[in-house]
Unconditional design. Structure first.
Lengths: 46, 639
């Protein structure tokens, strides 16, 4: 759960603090992939 | 377009207010059942497998489409920024549905499982049809506030009349009430912190304790956990938008909260209930411990099922394997199909790619919402810098041609007025008995005033609703992690609405122009104003239009001392963004908050804007902003 919250709060923080870049939206998609892969390889972190 | 819009608001209101299930003795619950259950189930055999809520939304879409076709250009469905992730998620869900049914899944169960997601997508689309302006956001604020307050009152009445003030079991209240009340609480906090109309704030102040008391009456641990997560997200926005208030209030509040918790940790009186809510999470009692155990065992089952089919999932309509026996919930029809952890359930049922799309949708929603709020903040910063830079003296615009040594940088009064038009917003004032549209300075929502002599834009709860919608994402995720949620139509209606707002936040807040569309019911929509400057047009207006055209790019405004070259130089300063070949070169700028306000000895000043800002002409703002000129004699600066 903590990783999920980190992902969501991180997405909010990027929107609020980071300078606008077109690739940021893609970065969010990459984070989503990374989150799921983390769960896939470490199911105990789910 | 009045009928579909009103029906849409009424549907949202009733869906939030009427509980889907709960204590049978309460007639209000029965009313809710008629609204949320399949029509077939209460008409006795008529094979209509949709609910009244769904009928209302279908009617909204149909009437909108018929009327929109009649008024031609009013056919405007805005996809929003989350369209692609939503399509990907929906497509993968459809694949999982077909896969499940093809593998022998139960169709009725499968349709019930995806019903919540259908509602999510439907509300996202309906929001794109119905919500087009900040005015609509304010009306939605009222709908949510009134529905949440009525729901809270109804739950308290149920507790008093039918439960005689005693704690009830889990099924006495609809579990989704927790999310709706939590959302209402965060919205109230948003209105009080980030501004709203006077009535909205008064209402919020009154409703907050009632909602909180209703949550305490319901005694749902998940509700308090959801509120805490929502407030944590809320504090991020408070830190960004109102840092002074944040540091002034958070530290004293933390100290008071720590003292309160220490004193009331084991207190069972009414004053100790909020502390009990926290203590039960950290040190659960007997009932809480059994609830935790169920979820722990269920998670083991989920992990086993995910490992058995990680890529395609089980498919909807098929039961999951209970390798670890769970406590008996056989009265619940979905016991073998739906897990309480609805987040991991998505992976278990629909596979890893659907799970990725799910997080993509939610993460993108949080990101887009945060970006829109930040764009609005920078816009306010930009306007403040413009005002400070151009200054006013003796009630008139500081004219650089005069020997004032002024900060104006050589722009004439007229040029300054025109430049400031980019920075004003509509304001409705009630003068001489009628409502007149006037322009007001675009200041932060919490600094605006309804006073007749005020020169600010009119008050709005739009930002508060946007912040609450963003906070709803982690709230909804936490709730669904422990207590279903994603399978509830009522819950997904609110969530879909929030995502629909977030996806269109940029033009709802006026940060960028709305897609071309007509106004409600007008046969001949106002034509878009030309954004190309002609030789006859005022030079400064051309600057503003250049800025507006480059709204998607970081733009730097430079006002120079030399009067003769001022307008040309300012225009040149605005245009490099369009001319630069390397897009990265445009991104080297300073944030607006770091721009210097006062003119230096060199006379140059560079208020900067790093985000999109509203158009001065054209788009949705143009009819409003072009409707009245900004008369400096009428707009007395409060400073």
């Amino acid at each position: 759960m903590s990783y999920i919250m980190l992902f969501l709060f991180g997405s909010i923080a990027i929107g609020l603090w980071a300078k606008p870049r077109s690739r940021q939206a893609r970065l969010i998609a990459l984070f989503a992939v990374a989150l799921v892969l983390l769960f896939y390889f470490s199911p105990h972190r789910m | 377009m009045k009928f579909p819009y009103r029906l849409f608001l009424a549907s949202v209101f009733l869906a939030l207010l009427l509980s889907q299930n709960g204590l049978g003795k309460d007639p209000f619950v029965g009313l809710g059942w008629y609204f949320h259950a399949d029509i077939k189930s209460w008409t006795g055999g008529v094979p209509i497998i949709v609910t009244l809520l769904e009928v209302c939304l279908i009617l909204v879409a149909l009437t909108w489409s018929v009327r929109a076709r009649r008024y031609k250009k009013t056919w405007a469905f805005t996809r929003g920024t989350l369209w692609t992730p939503l399509l990907a998620f929906s497509g993968l869900l459809a694949v999982a549905l077909i896969y499940g049914l093809a593998g022998g899944g139960d169709m009725t169960i499968a349709l019930w499982e995806v019903r919540g997601f259908l509602m999510l997508g439907a509300m996202y689309c309906v929001a794109g049809m119905m919500i087009h302006e900040e005015k609509h956001l304010n009306q939605l604020v009222w709908v949510v506030l009134i529905a949440a307050l009525c729901l809270a009152v109804e739950n308290i009445i149920r507790w008093l009349l039918y439960l005689h003030g005693k704690p009830a079991d889990d099924l006495a209240y609809d579990h989704v009430d927790s999310v709706i009340l939590s959302f209402g609480l965060v919205l109230c906090a948003g209105l009080l912190t980030f501004g709203g109309t006077r009535r909205q704030r008064t209402f919020a102040l009154t409703a907050m304790p009632i909602m909180f008391f209703a949550m305490e009456v319901m005694k749902r641990r998940a509700a308090f956990a959801v509120v805490f997560v929502g407030l944590a997200a809320f504090l991020i926005f408070a830190l960004r938008l109102r840092p002074r208030l944040f540091w002034k209030s958070v530290l004293p509040f933390s100290v008071v909260a720590a003292i309160y918790l220490a004193l009331f940790w084991h207190n069972q009186s009414i004053w100790g209930q909020p502390a009990r809510a926290i203590s039960s999470i950290i040190a659960p009692g007997q009932r809480d411990a059994s609830s935790n155990l169920y979820r722990t065992l269920e998670k083991l089952d989920i992990i086993f099922n995910i490992k058995s089919s990680p890529f395609l999932g089980l498919g909807f309509g098929k039961p999951f394997a209970m390798v670890v026996p769970l406590p008996n919930l056989s009265f619940w029809r979905f016991w073998h199909f739906t897990t309480h952890n609805a987040i991991l359930w998505v992976w278990m049922k629909a596979g890893i790619f659907t799970f990725i799309a799910f997080w993509w949708l939610l993460g993108r929603g949080a990101y887009d919402g945060g970006k829109a709020v930040e764009a609005r903040r920078e816009e306010w910063s930009f306007v403040a810098q413009l005002r400070k830079t151009m200054g006013r003296r003796d009630g008139k615009w500081d004219d650089g041609s005069r020997a004032t040594g002024g900060s104006s940088g050589g722009l004439t009064s007229r040029q300054k007025r025109e430049l400031m038009r980019a920075a004003v917003r509509e304001r409705a004032t009630n003068r001489t008995g009628g409502v007149r549209q006037r322009l007001g300075f675009n200041v932060p929502t919490w600094e605006r005033s309804d006073d007749k002599r005020s020169v600010t834009a009119k008050r709005s709860g739009g930002v508060a609703l946007l912040v609450a919608a963003i906070c709803l994402i982690p709230m909804q995720v936490l709730y669904s992690y422990v207590d279903l949620g994603l399978t509830s139509e009522r819950d997904m209606l609110l969530f879909g609405l929030a995502l629909g707002i977030l996806a269109r936040a940029n033009y709802l807040l006026g940060i960028e122009p709305a897609p071309e569309r007509g106004r409600h019911g007008r046969r001949h929509p106002r034509k878009q104003e030309k954004t190309t400057a002609t030789s006859d047009e005022d030079e400064t207006l051309a600057i503003v239009r250049e800025l507006a055209r480059n709204r998607r790019r970081p733009t730097t405004v430079r006002i120079v001392e030399d009067e003769a070259a001022s307008a040309t130089a300012a225009r040149q300063a605005a245009t490099p963004a369009r001319r630069t070949a390397n897009p990265n070169a445009r991104r080297t700028y300073a944030p607006a908050t770091r721009a210097t306000g006062a003119a230096g000895a060199s006379g140059t000043n560079a208020p900067t804007m790093t985000r999109p800002r509203p158009e001065a002409t054209g788009g949705a703002q143009s009819p409003r902003e072009g409707g009245d000129s900004l008369n400096p004699d009428e707009t007395q600066d409060r400073e």
